[in-house]
Design a protein around this ligand. Structure first.
Ligand code: SAM
Length: 453
């Protein structure tokens, strides 16, 4: 790997005697790891656990994930192990039973799906991505994960400034110079320069200053990057503490994790920890934050078509139903006011669970519902697919079901986990999987080395 000389000099100064081991580790293959979705998958699968994350698992090699129906069903997320350390901050410092959490720089959704698991249906998660072109993949990953208590937004950090004191936890996984990704991403190496490091550090401060007012007093800020340099890491953490008003928190570590610290955050170096380069700091806000209250608005009256009212019976928890065009959404009743407040300030991509589309007298269940933790079991007849049929379905081929399969709308499953809907007409079966999520690679005649077996 051809790494910039100025980066080498900087790291030699930072690492001292450890530099050679660090440099050698950059030439090694990255670790492969996944995080399991316990709402869909038993945790007893796979034994090589990521020590700082209950549901993190290392894999011995990189399988062809695209060919695994379990990935498409949201049973796990392919995530670099070091970044799963967010879990430690959440477990050690977030004491509210139902916190309101913001993931400000969220696409493609590694940390948002993790936060959704840590919330486990409690509280509310706002998962934001400013880049319009990246928000689709974020929405897809969160939909597949299935947590009902999530709003996906596409807003600028400055749009959060007026949501004063609203969030108990804010994660800023900032865009950075990506030094920790050098062994995974050649572009990060090509784009590295001291000027770019400075540019990133300044941009991070702007993002932090914009969003900080939205953090409640005593709220927790998690600041992370996948880079090693002090400018973007320690110096920015000290700046947050001094300029924005926060106390730097000490995260309890296990010595065997080999996490490094010089006091203002935690470094994951590839020669010491099993994972990519990563930095994280946890802070508690000490400066004042007034609590923003929603001004009473005359919300446009949301009139539900009469047949849609029965949709509450499809779901396991009490919800408020809302319609946009002919699509019906459900928001957990306790969070209807919060989501309305978010909609006053932010560009909403999805809030709560899209349940169904009203077509004349019929209610067509949405793909979102198939994945949701809220869907009542046994409500729709289901048909279990073989691996071959499951990948054909995900490829958007028409599959032929057994003549004994029930007619009408069916929930198709693989190993008991929902993949999506089909309409069985008897002589043929219409594939209702969303075209934009279909597997694009050739699947016929392929094989999958199933690492969960
Ligand atoms: N948290 C994500 C995850 O775990 O999957 C990875 C986030 S990535 C490190 C940083 C994100 O910040 C990118 O999605 C990028 O589009 C977004 N970003 C870029 N410029 C930004 C800005 N000025 N303000 C906020 N976010 C920005």
């Amino acid at each position: 790997m051809q790494i910039p000389a100025q980066f080498e000099e900087m790291m030699m100064a930072q690492m001292g005697a450890e530099y050679d081991a660090f440099r050698t580790a950059l030439e090694k293959d990255p670790q492969v790891s996944i995080r399991l979705n316990r709402r869909k998958l038993d945790a007893t699968v796979l034994e090589d656990r990521v020590p700082w994350c209950e549901n993190g698992r290392y894999l011995a090699e990189r399988p062809s994930f695209t060919l695994d129906p379990m990935l498409h069903a949201g049973c796990y997320y392919v995530q670099e192990a070091s970044s799963m350390f967010v879990e430690q901050v959440f477990r050690q410092f977030v004491d509210s039973e139902s916190p309101v959490v913001l993931d400000l720089c969220a696409a493609p959704g590694g940390k948002s799906t993790h936060l959704a698991s840590l919330l486990d249906g409690r509280g509310w998660l706002v998962s934001n991505e400013v880049m319009r072109g990246r928000v689709g993949v974020l929405q897809e990953n969160l939909t597949k994960w299935g947590a009902p208590n999530v709003t996906v937004t596409n807003s600028d950090p400055a749009d959060f400034t007026d949501l004063s004191g609203l969030f108990d936890v804010i994660l800023v996984d900032a865009p950075c110079s990506g030094e920790g990704m050098f062994r995974k991403d050649e572009q990060a190496v090509a784009e590295w320069s001291p000027e770019n490091v400075r540019f990133c550090a300044e941009r991070q401060r702007r993002i932090l200053a914009d969003v900080f007012p939205a953090l409640a007093e005593d709220g927790i800020l998690i600041y992370s990057t996948c880079t090693f340099n002090k400018e973007e890491d320690e110096e920015n953490v000290k700046w947050i503490a001094e300029e924005l008003g926060a106390e730097i928190l000490e995260v309890q570590l296990d010595d065997s994790w080999q996490v490094s610290t010089v006091g203002a955050g935690y470094h994951f170096y590839p020669h010491k920890t099993r994972g990519e380069g990563f930095f994280l700091a946890a802070l508690r806000k000490t400066s004042e934050a007034s609590l923003s209250r929603r001004k009473k608005k005359n919300d446009a009256k949301n009139v539900l078509p009469p047949q849609a009212k029965s949709l509450v019976d499809w779901l396991k928890e009490p919800v408020k139903l809302m319609t946009r065009n002919d699509v019906v959404y459900a928001v957990l009743s306790d969070y209807a006011e919060l989501t309305a407040q978010l909609a006053d300030h932010l560009r909403i991509v999805q809030s709560g669970v899209e349940v169904a589309t009203v077509k004349g007298k019929d209610l067509i269940p949405s793909q979102n519902l198939a994945f949701s933790w809220l869907l009542k079991e046994g409500l729709f007849p289901s048909v279990e697919l073989s691996w071959e049929d499951a990948v054909a379905y995900l490829h958007k081929d028409n599959i032929l079901l057994d003549s004994t399969a029930p007619k009408g709308i069916l929930l198709l499953t693989y190993r008991g986990v929902a993949l999506g809907w089909a309409k069985n007409l008897g002589n043929r079966c219409n594939n209702l999987y969303p075209s934009e999520w279909r597997i694009r690679m050739q699947v016929a005649g392929t094989e999958f080395n199933d690492f969960m077996k």
